[in-house]
Design a protein around this ligand. Structure first.
Ligand code: RTP
Length: 156
């Protein structure tokens, strides 16, 4: 396997149906862009319940699994791949805690959410799950190869 440069870590971020319906797509994308991360792939599409069941397979034994998968397939979502240094951990920090009651103001959830089941975005919790999720949501040919025009201004 290829050796990845330190700034080529990738994460899977997804705007959920509630985030789309509330008109927060632009704001969420903008936060990742402004931070300096690179967009590698993105879709705008409604997916079926079977696909969401696969995405959340690790939660299959939780009581909220069926309603979560049903909600997530109730409207279009925006699955994305973002790339950059420590983007998995930083992505989670930018999203804020899963439960909005614990998400700090300034985070995406801390600024826009009230309810756990309507927390508007998803982010991979490890490099390992990021790789799995990216493979589930995107074909290799859908991952764009391009260079940002940031020169040496984002990374020293
Ligand atoms: P996500 O995958 O969406 O980024 O969230 P997470 O890892 O922070 O949280 P996880 O525990 O994996 O739960 C996934 C999503 O399920 C919903 N949830 N509902 N008790 C409940 O009703 C409950 N618990 C979790 C949340 O929308 C959470 O983001």
């Amino acid at each position: 396997t290829e050796v990845m440069a330190g700034n080529q870590e990738r994460t899977f971020i997804m705007i959920k149906p509630d985030g789309v319906q509330r008109g927060l797509v632009g704001d969420i994308i903008q936060r990742f862009e402004k931070r300096g991360y690179k967009l590698v792939a993105m879709k705008f599409k409604q997916f079926d319940e079977a696909h969401l069941k696969q995405h959340y397979i690790d939660l299959a034994d939780k009581p909220f699994y069926p309603k979560l998968c049903k909600f997530m397939s109730s409207g279009p979502v925006v699955p994305m791949v973002w790339e950059g240094k420590d983007v998995v951990k930083m992505g989670r920090a930018m999203l804020g805690a899963t439960n909005p009651l614990q998400s700090n103001p300034g985070t995406i959830r801390g600024d826009f959410c009230i309810d756990l089941g309507r927390n508007i975005c998803h982010g991979s919790d490890s490099v390992d799950s990021a790789n799995k999720e990216i493979a589930l949501w995107f074909d290799k040919t859908e991952l764009a190869s391009w260079s940002m025009c940031t020169g040496d201004n984002v990374y020293e």
